[in-house]
Design a protein around this ligand. Structure first.
Ligand code: XBP
Ligand code: MG
Length: 257
């Protein structure tokens, strides 16, 4: 069995609860600015999360929720403009009011770095959004903590397609046997497993806890801190209160045995 060398993190829902409190709010701000009376409530947004990618999500919304909408002739440009405004609002939200990382995320990233594990990101979101979250919620130099940041339209086929994880592994120069992935959603799980990575830790959130995570090695509520121990929801009991590097190595061995 190959030794664990790199950790590849999803961003939205995994590092922070960006969907409900970041993306959703920013979409609504962009709609209002454009004079559209669309309101993506917490519940509606949960239904829209079946589609990854903001531009793709707007298109899906128009097709399935507003079939009578008189779309402009150039629909893709209309959506691209709305989405560009949404990205600006999202970046501003990451500064004020800001968004905390999920429990244990910062602790584990620091421990992994100290242990010499390589770090990468594989996400569907726009690169500028990753920068905004990392620099405001983790550390000013946090982008440098990650050797590879695979994000947004860098691969045309977004999750659940495996392409973004494949791309990240190619950039790392590592095979799937040496990588572990962190995800929060069924789309993410399918993307990871399709890429050949078997070592997969899922941290659920309010939007995803009832989804199908078949194939994930372990499903937990969050990564855990001293004050907030984590709970294993499914998979082997290899974690004691907090996910640490030792637990990651045990999970990796279990996934490949
Ligand atoms: C994340 C997404 C993203 C964000 C929006 O999925 O679906 O599309 O919701 O980002 P995952 P953009 O966590 O599985 O990567 O608006 O920048 O596309
Ligand atoms: Mg996610």
């Amino acid at each position: 069995m190959a030794k664990l060398e790199a950790l590849i993190f999803d961003v939205d829902g995994t590092l922070a609860n960006t969907e409900r409190d970041g993306h959703r709010v920013a979409f609504n701000q962009a709609f209002a600015e454009a004079g559209l009376d669309w309101d993506w409530t917490i519940d509606v947004y949960g239904q829209l999360l079946t589609v990854t990618g903001g531009k793709e999500r707007i298109k899906y919304f128009l097709q399935h929720f507003l079939p009578d909408f008189q779309a402009p002739a150039d629909l893709d440009s209309f959506i691209a403009e709305l989405h560009a405004a949404k990205t600006e609002y999202y970046k501003a939200l990451m500064v004020d009011p800001g968004l905390p990382l999920r429990p244990g995320v910062e602790r584990l990233l620091r421990e992994a770095r100290d242990a010499g594990l390589r770090l990468a990101i594989a996400t569907t979101t726009t690169p500028a959004n990753v920068t905004a979250l990392l620099t405001n919620s983790l550390a000013a130099d946090a982008e440098d903590w990650f050797e590879v940041i695979a994000a947004g339209d860098i691969v045309p086929a977004k999750k659940p397609a495996p392409d973004i994880f494949v791309w990240a592994m190619e950039q790392l120069g590592l095979p799937a046997e040496k990588c572990m992935a962190f995800e929060d959603s069924d789309n993410g799980v399918r993307s990871v497993l399709g890429s050949g990575i078997r070592s997969l830790l899922v941290t659920v959130n309010d939007y995803t806890r009832d989804q199908d995570f078949s194939g994930a090695t372990v499903v937990i509520d969050h990564l855990g801190t001293n004050e907030q121990p984590c709970k294993v929801l499914s998979g082997p009991e290899l974690i004691k209160d907090q996910v640490d590097v030792q637990a990651l190595e045990a999970i990796h061995r279990h996934a490949w045995k």
